[in-house]
Write a protein that binds this ligand. Structure first.
Ligand code: SAM
Ligand code: SF4
Length: 407
């Protein structure tokens, strides 16, 4: 969850949804996101809404955080009162570093979600985790509490790259944690990689891919390094201490990821995500990408329920203050217009391996799709069958293809 919040109209203090909200909440799936805004230290590239103990000063900290989240959950139950979702299909606890909270707190939050709306029998329940913040014992506790999936930030296997990224863990700790998670009974384990870090060599990224494959995980996310304004990494690049990422290098790394992961039996299902089997795909993220409903709990968390999107106040102290006063922590909201909803739908679904039906495009969009087939950016067989699906080259240029289909 990026740190910068958009503008919008104010959310009423009781959090009530506007009358225009679609009543059938969860008809396309319902998820709960829980944001945990704490990290032991800040990685130089990261602009997520997260705070170290020093940054929080005397403000709200980890202690009592689970209870604050439960207060927002109680408010959510009141807001959805008469028309609750039929069940919770997915839960995703992200951060920040969720595993800085005691496993007991993560268990209590999950239990409260289940008691509020009921978890589906086959619910996917993920927590993000930093490799150095889990142990075999904490992983077993999380598994016993009902978590079904762990997503670990590995980023790289190369010590020099981890140092540039300011990671706290040693090379090798992430894959060790992945093995511990599997031993603890997690069938679904993800490792996140970042490629294109200054100083990363071709062989460094190849080693990262080898180690991910050897760890036996069933899901991999690989992201090109984004230089976010206001981060320490951006400042170092501006001062000339580090080189800016190179687009050609990023494209080579992406192709290397696809080749290595495909050879190891993974398939891409979203431009930055690969899974060993359909069951290993992250259902929570798929819900985001396919127009499902979700309630985001926590400071800065975004929600999307019944066609309304809103986001919470960003700082943990302001968040806790609102809830302590019995008020919604919602800062602002927007009801997407048909055009905005359409643009978002095209943007998100085109990034999926399933693509999107050509029928959702207007005439200009369909003409652009035909040109994209001729340029090798969209797959010809899928196009002949009425769908827009990116080719490998198209995945490298996904943003440009989306722009063309929408212009
Ligand atoms: C918010 S982090 C949470 C995971 C966990 N805190 C960790 O770092 O291990 C989720 C993932 O986003 C990715 N990420 C965060 N900032 C990024 C950036 N500036 N560029 C590329 N990927 C980024 C990293 O791969 C990270 O593992
Ligand atoms: S540990 Fe994760 S969330 Fe925290 S600063 Fe680093 S990348 Fe961001």
């Amino acid at each position: 969850m990026p740190g910068v919040l958009p503008a919008g109209e104010p959310v009423p203090t009781d959090g009530a949804l506007p009358a225009s909200a679609r009543p059938a909440v969860g008809d396309r799936g319902f998820g709960v996101y829980v944001h945990v805004p704490f990290c032991a230290s800040r990685c130089g590239y990261c602009d997520f809404n997260t705070y170290t103990a020093d940054e929080l000063g005397g403000g709200v900290g980890r202690e009592g955080y689970a209870d604050t989240v439960l207060a927002e959950l109680a408010l959510a139950a009141r807001v959805l009162g008469e028309a609750p979702p039929p069940r919770v299909d997915t839960v995703f606890v992200g951060g920040g570093t969720p595993t800085l909270l005691p496993a007991d707190d993560l268990a209590r939050i999950l239990d409260a979600i289940d008691r509020t709306w009921g978890l589906a029998g086959d619910a996917e329940v993920t927590t993000e985790a930093n490799p150095e913040s889990v142990t075999p014992a904490s992983l077993k506790e999380l598994r016993a509490a009902g978590y079904t999936r762990i997503s670990l930030g590995m980023q790289s296997a190369a010590p020099g790259v981890l140092a540039v990224l300011d990671r706290r863990h040693s090379a090798g700790r992430a894959t060790a944690a992945a093995l511990e998670a599997r031993d603890a009974g997690f069938d679904h384990v993800n490792l996140d990689l970042i490629y294109g870090t200054p100083g990363e060599r071709t062989e460094d990224f190849a080693a990262s891919l080898d180690q991910v494959v050897a760890a036996g995980v069933d899901h991999v996310s690989a992201y090109a390094l984004i230089v976010e304004d206001g981060t320490r990494l951006a400042a170092r690049m501006r001062r000339g201490e580090l080189a800016y990422p190179d687009d050609d290098v990023a494209a080579d790394r992406y192709l290397a990821a696809e080749a290595a992961l495909d050879a190891a039996g993974f398939s891409w299902y979203e431009v930055s995500n690969w899974a060993r089997t359909p069951a290993a795909r992250c259902r929570h993220n798929l819900l985001y990408w396919t127009g499902g409903d979700w309630w985001g709990l926590g400071p800065g968390a975004h929600s999307h329920v019944g066609g309304v999107r809103w986001w919470n106040v960003k700082h943990p102290t302001a968040y806790a203050g609102r809830l302590a006063a019995g008020e919604s922590p919602g800062l602002a909201r927007e009801v997407l217009t048909r055009d905005e909803a359409h643009m978002e739908d095209v943007m998100l679904r085109l990034r999926l391996a399933t693509g999107l039906p050509l029928a959702v495009l207007d005439d200009a969009g369909r003409a652009a799709a035909a040109r994209a087939v001729a340029e090798g950016l969209l797959a010809a067989p899928a196009h002949a069958a009425g769908r827009a699906v990116l080719t490998l080259r198209g995945r490298l240029l996904a943003d440009a293809v989306v722009r063309d289909l929408l212009s």
